[in-house]
Design a protein around this ligand. Structure first.
Ligand code: TPP
Length: 613
């Protein structure tokens, strides 16, 4: 059997062990070849090849619902469910998504890509099936990294309580991006690092069962023996205390072994976890060896990027501020924290994929006199909005949120765009929100944020390359920066990286004789009164941002201008608010996506022309 002749999971049923092994080799090769061109989560997918084959042989997808946590590890699933022809276009504009996609296939149930949700989906779907006599099993695949998120524990607790027949596959490779942290994963590590221990345990259990004892007493005796043996292995006790039966651990690269385990689990009438041990990057030396770079689509921190400016500023501030600590939610590398963590290991906290905990733990640290910096991707902060608003905001705590990948982020699609942070954070009373337009601005803003002690500060920046400017082109404190003087026809306010777009539009308009004024607002909240005064003296004000247009920076400007005595019209000023329409935007290259939304130089210039005429 060759990969190309695989049209559906049914085609796997007649394959013998040798053919399956050969298919696994082909699948790996196809993934490596494609991801080398398109980027993507290589390590997680290479580690899930045999597991995915076994899942599709034992379960009858899509009648049986196979649900993937996060969804970054579904390339094999895509290849086995009729998408070989399209796989070339992985993550390319208008082509195959890097995550499950309901539009692509009936085999894809959920398209989350924010971690730790799958057990809750499974609880819901299994509940629906039991109430409607729906058929088919529910299978939830979750990694050890995603098991560190609070929702996973909530889901597990409810599944155990419900007694619903859900098969949970714990795909344990010991890593999130970095090695997985937390007490549960420490117990999992003990098992992983000592398989003979586990074999011995199974052997002892088998032995106990074969003892020639009879009757109920003995039954209890055996269970007690088993329980005592299991006590040695915390995960077993942990799952079983929650009412979830535990099977394992199994070698996740042995297809027959995993199939046996899944077949047994399928017969079980209640929630059961099948613990499989896998190796991230399996079968591809560069991915097996490099802990992070080849594992996920992080590509490392680029020299000269905003992220690097953050790393530099953080270390510089930490040198003179022993109270400064930094928190990451399982992403020390891609958020730029790693050099800080290597230098000040006792001041760096990786809390697992637990953004909500990260924020409230930061609140506690600030209460205790520390100066916490919480480094997250902008998209993952929205999960912790309530904690930002109440646990930090209501207490006026000086926590600094450093948000990478803000704005339209690109290849990862709808779940990864950082389009909500300005909308949400600008509603937190007392929150200062800063958006740097250059490498140097970010450094200045971080230094300034350290001096704000009466409430939280957020600094948000994009993944795209940072402009480098002279120090005379950098603002200070909460002031906006007047970048270019024009006539009184049009004033452009470009937030963060969109300053570049404002300047491109101004250049284009200048060639036509329209001299635009340009401001770098720097501070999204509170807005600088001097900038607003100047803007109000123009016929047209155009605000440009890379977050949602509604409720973000531009509508803040519009509100502020209309709240002035006499309102906007007394100044004969018109305001055009340009930003990302409220929608779930697909994957694609960031600047191309922005251009398609009219958020580039020509798009902005066109709006100005149309409004001035
Ligand atoms: C809420 C949230 N925070 C952070 C991430 C970024 N992220 C994507 S995959 C991943 C690691 C997941 O580890 P695990 O579940 O063990 O899967 P593996 O890749 O190891 O197979 C992280 C941190 C995310 N997807 N969602």
């Amino acid at each position: 059997m060759h990969l190309e002749s695989l049209l559906s999971p049914d085609d796997l049923s007649d394959l013998n062990p040798e053919e399956l092994e050969a298919l696994a080799v082909e699948l790996r090769q196809r993934i490596v070849d494609t991801v080398n061109r398109t980027g993507g989560h290589l390590g997680s997918n290479l580690g899930a090849v045999e597991l995915t084959l076994a899942l599709h042989r034992v379960f009858d997808s899509p009648r049986d619902a196979i649900l993937w946590d996060t969804g970054h590890q579904t390339y094999v699933h895509k290849l086995l469910t009729g998408r070989i022809g399209e796989f070339e276009g992985l993550r390319q504009t208008g082509q195959l998504s890097g995550y499950p996609s309901r539009e692509e296939s009936a085999h894809d149930w959920i398209e989350n890509s924010h971690a730790s949700t799958v057990l809750s989906y499974a609880h819901g779907l299994a509940t629906a099936r039991s109430l409607t006599s729906g058929r088919g099993r529910v299978v939830a695949v979750i990694g050890d990294g995603s098991m560190t998120g609070g929702m996973a524990f909530e889901g597990l607790n409810n599944l155990g309580h419900s007694g619903l027949p859900v098969t949970i596959v714990l795909n344990d490779n010991g890593r999130s991006y970095a090695p997985t942290v937390g007490r549960l994963s420490e117990s999992l590590i003990r098992i992983r690092s000592n398989p003979t221990y586990m074999r011995r345990q199974r052997h002892l259990e088998d032995l106990a069962e074969r003892l020639p004892w009879v009757g109920e007493l003995v039954e209890r005796g055996i269970n007690a023996t088993k329980a005592a043996l299991r006590e040695m292995f915390e995960p077993t006790a942990f799952f079983e205390a929650l009412g979830v039966h535990y099977l394992g651990p199994f070698d996740g690269h042995d297809i027959a072994e995993v199939e046996d385990a899944l077949t047994n689990a399928k017969e079980f009438d209640g929630p059961v976890v099948v613990h499989v041990l896998t190796q991230k990057g399996r079968g591809h030396a560069p991915a097996e060896q490099d802990p992070i770079k080849h594992m996920h689509d992080t590509g490392g921190v680029k020299p000269g990027s905003y992220t690097e400016a953050f790393t530099e500023s953080l270390i510089k501030a930490a040198e003179s501020r022993p109270e400064l600590v930094a928190i990451t939610a399982a992403m020390p590398d891609s958020t730029g924290l790693l050099p800080f963590c290597n230098r000040f290991p006792e001041r760096c906290f990786d809390v697992g994929i637990a953004e909500q905990h990260a924020v409230t733990a930061a609140a506690g640290m600030a209460m205790g006199g520390l100066r916490p910096v919480v480094a997250l991707y902008a998209t993952f902060l929205s999960r912790a909005f309530d904690q930002v608003n109440l646990d930090v905001g209501l207490h006026n705590l000086p926590v600094v949120f450093c948000l990478d990948r803000a704005g339209i982020t690109g290849d990862d699609g709808p779940s990864h765009h950082g389009v909500l942070d300005m909308v949400l954070l600008s509603k937190v009373p007392g929150m200062t929100v800063l958006a740097p337009s250059s490498y140097q601005e970010l450094q200045q803003m971080f230094e300034d944020a350290m001096t704000i002690t009466d409430g939280p500060v957020a600094i948000r920046w994009s993944k795209t390359p940072a402009p480098h400017v002279g120090w005379d082109e950098v603002g200070r404190g909460l002031s906006a920066r007047h970048v270019r003087s024009g006539s009184k026809s049009v004033c452009l306010l470009g937030a963060g990286k969109m300053l570049t777009v404002a300047l491109a539009a101004a250049d284009e308009l200048a060639a036509e004789g329209i001299k635009a004024t340009v401001w770098d607002p720097r501070c999204i909240r509170p807005l600088d009164a001097k900038m607003l005064d100047d803007a109000a003296s123009h016929q047209l004000v155009v605000t440009i941002e890379d977050g949602f247009r509604e409720g973000g920076f531009g509508t803040g400007v519009l509100d502020a201008l209309s709240a002035r005595p006499g309102g906007i019209h007394s100044h004969t000023t018109e305001v055009a608010v340009l930003g990302v329409p409220v929608d779930h935007h697909a994957h694609g290259s960031p600047d191309a996506l922005l251009a398609s939304l009219g958020l580039d130089g020509p798009g902005v210039a066109a709006v100005v022309r149309a409004r001035l005429n």
